[in-house]
Design a protein around this ligand. Structure first.
Ligand code: RTP
Ligand code: MG
Length: 154
């Protein structure tokens, strides 16, 4: 791995896209200091959905999850920076909007458990970040570069 800093996978789900929140969500991470190193607007098909949500295959909400994530376009992107996966998860907030703190993305924009605006790689699931990145992006889709604050600030 030649890049500096951890990479993590994030996705604005169909509800976030429909509500016009792509820019807002991307901005929060950029302003925090996380570097965008890849991005893709796409509609997820059944096959990709079943790979992405393989861990939930046996859960009662699995069918709803797959039909929702394939219901409209998503914006998938890759962020890079120190402890990126944990940083992003703390900014995304708890899965259940009732438990997501105000100031988190879900705490500010979500009300429904199944329509919680964003997906982010789980930091408690070892390697989930790299696995999810590989599912959505080819290595040549990711661009490593130095952001000015990296050379000047840190
Ligand atoms: P995500 O994978 O979307 O970033 O969310 P997460 O890690 O916080 O939650 P996870 O446990 O991985 O669940 C994936 C998505 O499934 C929906 N869900 N529904 N009905 C239910 O009990 C239930 N539990 C989870 C949520 O939309 C969650 O984001
Ligand atoms: Mg998850």
């Amino acid at each position: 791995m030649s890049h500096h800093g951890e990479r993590t996978f994030v996705m604005v789900k169909p509800d976030g896209v429909q509500r016009g929140l792509i820019g807002e969500i991307l901005s929060r991470f950029e302003e925090r200091g996380l570097k965008v190193v890849g991005g893709k607007f796409l509609q997820i098909d059944e096959e990709l959905a079943s790979e992405h949500y393989a861990e939930h295959e046996d859960k009662p909400f699995y069918d709803d999850l797959v039909s929702f994530i394939t219901s409209g376009p998503v914006f998938a992107f890759v962020l890079q920076g120190a402890d990126a996966t944990r940083q992003v998860r703390s900014m995304v907030g708890e899965t259940d909007p009732l438990e997501a703190d105000p100031g988190t993305i879900r705490g500010d924009y979500g009300l429904d458990l199944g329509r919680n605006v964003v997906h982010a790689s789980d930091h408690e699931d070892e390697g989930a970040n790299e696995r999810e990145i590989a599912l959505f992006f080819d290595e040549e889709d990711l661009v490593d570069y130095e952001r000015i604050d990296e050379t000047w600030l840190y």
